[in-house]
Structures are given as C-alpha cells and as structure tokens.
Write a protein that binds this ligand. Structure first.
Ligand code: ADP
Ligand code: MG
Length: 497
C-alpha cells in the first residue's frame, strides 16, 4: 500500500555518489547479493567479492592467489584498476585491527575520485569510529509484496507438483498472499507459506487468513507488542463524528495515488477525554477502517525489573511495528508509560525520561506506514514534550455523549444483542440517560437483560429506564474530576464530536 523507496535506486545512488564504503547490515545475504549483481551489471562496473574462506575474486570467478587474509585482500584491491565494486563479506569484524582500519581509510581516500566502492555486508555490523564517518549505511529493508510474489508462486507450484495440493487461488489472491507475508524476510515468508499450505491441505481463499495468523505468530516478540485481530470499525462507534471524518479523509493519504498527489501521510493521533466514552474503541477502529494491521503496545510492560532492558524492549517493539507496516500501533493509556517522565522527583523518572525520548525520536524519524493511535484518560500528567505540535497530527477530546449520540449508543448496543430497535423508545432512553458514558449505556443494557430474564419478560424501554435510574454515572459520582478534564481539553484539544 505504501510506496516503498526502490532499493535498487537507493543503492545506485550510493554507488554513483562515490561513497567509498557502503555498509549493509542484513541477515538476507543472498537477496542483497542479487541486488548488487543486478546493479553492477546495469552500471557495467565489474563486481568483486571477498570472503575469508575464498579470498578475493571476480564475482563467482576464480580467487586471486593468497588473498584469504583480510589485509592481503586490501593490499590487492589497488592492483585492480578502474571502476569496481568490492563486496567484502563479514569484513566488519576485522576492522578493529589498526592496520586494517588504516588501510581501509587510505583506500577510501583514493576511491573518491573514481567509481569504486567497498561494500561491507554482515548480519550484524559495527565499525570503529574512524571508519563510520567514511561509511554510508544501506538499509536493505524487508522484501516488498512485489518481491515476494515470485516466491509465493514457486511454493504454490511446488506443493502442487510434489504434494498434490490443489490451488484455487487466482492471481489477485496470490498477490494478496504476498502482501499478507510482508514483514517477514524472504526466507521466513517462504517457510511460513509452505507450512500454511501443508497444514491446510489446499491453497484456497482461506489461506489468506492462515498466512496472516502465522505471520502474527512468527513476529511475536517478548510480549511488549501484540498483534490484535481487527475487530472494530467505525460502524461499531456511536458519535465521534469529527474524529471519524478526520480518519476517513486521511485514508487517501496512505494510498500511492494520494502520496503522488502530495498528501502527507498522517503519523498519529492522541485521543483523550472522559472515561468509557469510546477512546480505546475508536483507536482500534482506525485499523478496521483503513484495513491495516493492528498491534497494541503494552505500556505497563515497559517497566522491566532489569534496568536497561526497557529501552531495548521499546526499540525492538518499534522496529517490529515498522515491519508490520502499514499498521496502526495502538498505545492504550499512554500516560502509564510516560507519566512520571514529567516529575523529576519520581524514582522511575530517569527511566521514563529515556523511554519517552526513545518514543519521541521514533515518532519524529520513522518511515511512514505506522500510524500511532494513543489514548489517555488523563493528559494533564503527560510530559509537555509529548504534546508539542508536530508529535501528533491531532489531539482529540472525547466528551460525554449528547442526546443524539446516546440514542445512537442504545441503538447500536441493542442491535448488537439481537434486539429489534424499533420496539424501543430511543428518545426517552436518550433523555433519561443524560450524563451517561457509552460504557455506562452498554452496562444499562447488559443489566437490563439480566433483570428481564429473571422476571421472565422481554427487554423493554421501561426495564432499561429503571436500570438507568438505578445507576450513578461517573459524571455524577466523580463530577469534579470529569468537569476538570472537560475544561482542560476545551482549549487544548479538538472535539471528537
Ligand atoms: N462512542 C461509543 N460507541 C460505541 N460504543 C461505545 C462508545 N463509547 C463506549 N462504548 C462502549 O463502551 C466500551 C468501553 O469503552 P472504551 O472505548 O474502553 O472507553 P474509554 O477507552 O474511553 O475508557 C466499548 O467497548 C463500547 O462497547
Ligand atoms: Mg480505554
């Protein structure tokens, strides 16, 4: 859905702009080699490779004698004249050596004048500081749906041929399978798909959901982030009209057409307001509305008892979110994670300051494709940095529902429980439940059903009205608190309704 920057173009740009050293951190060495090979062919630049087992050679050619040692390999590079790309596999680990580091820097200096580049690849890569300034990192990223499609077709053909598994998916279905596998590396994607096909015994439309479920399973991390089945859309939400319009409008900014037109993809919203009025529901509904993957970040789980772990965990979780893109990252009651960052006296203040910094940096720098939907019951305790302009596209305030929305709430939740709404006097219910939140209205219906069932009668308007009378809504029992939240938000947030 999101137009990803073309990796081929990106790499070409790095080589053409005469970066002497390019580093690539990837577990998908083969995929990267293929990309590099294609590029070298296109640019008509000879490609060389080096590994500690084979030494230096022309790509897939015979090795130059006695070049297995890293320093020997570097000594041989100046002897190869003209344009060239040298792929040095796993070379970063030798760069701590002073002589090797020095040699690389000398080479880099000369490389600036011709189109020569040293490409260092490894699954995990760290260069000494002197070299980092010379090196341009290239992010291979995860394969796009387009890149995964040939593999998907191959697996379908293979399982059909070898295990006689029938394939009833059409071309569009296959593309969707590829899209559903996005977020995995190529190898993981192929493995996941094969497993799904074999356990399903056929490759039909049902495979699409199997693949999604398997991917969620595969991407499960240490519990900080959890993918959630999309179970709500705005059809399940009463009121919040302006919030819904805002979300509906932004959908087009996430399409390739919208982006070509120049629409800026939205980054996120913060929904605050009175308890039980649909903040969490609305945050979840965004994913349903856009057809995005939905994942929840558990703010409470951030506080690990092992110091230092929390930041790493948050990093990992945010990385994972990026893998699931396009997706909605839902952080419910965000104040739980970052509230104490504001008060310096708190014991956790240091940690939550750092967590906050991590999140804010990510919000600033991340690629598009992850939409943050955060909710907060009390944003007065959130650190001011979080609220600054530009962090969230909009801060919405969800207020107690007015009479019209209350009627809609009764309608929605009665319908959900299989009742014929025309048999109820919605206007009277709406008037009677002034000051009730959505959650309280739902509770009135739940309680009403119990009462009616116990009295062996049908659920009626009168049964509901007597439940309403028996309920003390939060807006009454905690009037002051609710009023202060409303006053606060009036000047600082956009009304959701
Ligand atoms: N505007 C609404 N539309 C539909 N249902 C609502 C609404 N507000 C609350 N509810 C019902 O109350 C439940 C709790 O609401 P929730 O979203 O958790 O409130 P909040 O996060 O604002 O405290 C929801 O799951 C839903 O069933
Ligand atoms: Mg909530």
């Amino acid at each position: 859905m999101m137009p990803k920057p073309n990796k081929h173009d990106e790499l070409r740009l790095l080589v053409n702009s005469r970066h002497p050293i390019i580093t690539v951190e990837t577990a998908e060495e083969e995929r990267f080699e293929l990309l590099l090979m294609e590029l070298a062919a296109e640019l008509a630049v000879p490609l060389y490779e080096w590994s500690v087992t084979k030494g230096l050679s022309k790509y897939h050619g015979a090795a130059i004698y006695n070049t297995e040692q890293p320093e020997q390999a570097l000594a041989n590079i100046p002897l190869i004249q003209g344009d060239a790309i040298f792929l040095l596999k796993d070379f970063a680990r030798y760069c701590d050596n002073d002589r090797i580091c020095r040699r690389l820097r000398d080479l880099a200096e000369k490389f600036r004048t011709v189109r020569r580049a040293i490409v260092i690849s490894a699954a995990s890569l760290e260069l000494p500081a002197e070299l980092t300034s010379e090196a341009a990192p290239f992010q291979l990223g995860l394969p796009t749906a387009e890149e995964l499609l040939p593999g998907v077709k191959r697996v379908l053909a293979e399982t059909n041929r070898e295990q006689h598994i029938p394939v009833s998916l059409d071309v569009a279905g296959m593309s969707q399978v590829a899209r559903n596998l996005c977020g995995l590396s190529e190898e993981e994607a192929i493995r996941t798909l094969r497993m799904c096909i074999l356990s399903r015994g056929k490759a039909d439309a049902g495979l699409l959901d199997d693949v999604l479920d398997a991917k969620r399973q595969a991407l499960k991390s240490d519990g900080l982030i959890e993918t959630v089945r999309r179970d709500a859309s705005f059809g399940d939400v009463a009121g919040l009209k302006r919030l819904r319009e805002w979300i509906a409008k932004r959908k087009s900014a996430l399409t390739p057409e919208g982006q070509r037109f120049g629409l800026v993809p939205p980054k996120g919203i913060l929904i605050t307001g009175v308890q039980g009025c649909g903040k969490s529901l609305a945050a979840r509904a965004v994913a349903g509305e856009w057809g995005f993957e939905l994942a929840r970040l558990d703010a409470g789980a951030l506080y690990d008892k092992f110091v230092g772990e929390s930041e790493k965990k948050l990093h990992k979780a945010l990385e994972l979110a990026q893998k699931l893109a396009p997706m909605v990252l839902w952080i419910d009651e965000i104040e739980k994670a970052f509230a104490s960052a504001g008060s310096s006296g708190d014991a956790d203040a240091g940690l939550s300051q750092r967590l906050l910094a991590t999140l804010l940096t990510w919000m600033q720098d991340r690629e598009s494709g992850v939409f943050l939907a955060a909710t907060s019951n009390n944003i007065t305790v959130l650190p001011p940095e979080m609220m600054r302009k530009g962090r969230f596209d909009e801060i919405f305030f969800v207020d107690l529902p007015d009479a019209e929305v209350r009627a809609a709430l009764f309608q929605l939740h009665l319908k959900k429980r299989g009742r014929d709404v025309t048999a109820f006097d919605l206007a009277r219910l709406a008037t009677g439940s002034a000051g009730f939140s959505g959650a309280e209205i739902e509770q009135v219906i739940v309680a009403g059903l119990y009462s009616a069932f116990a009295q062996k009668q049908q659920l009626t308007t009168d049964v509901l009205l007597s439940e309403i009378r028996a309920t003390q809504p939060l807006s009454v029992t905690r009037a002051e608190e609710v009023e202060s939240i409303r006053q606060w938000a009036k000047t600082r947030a956009a009304p959701a309704d």
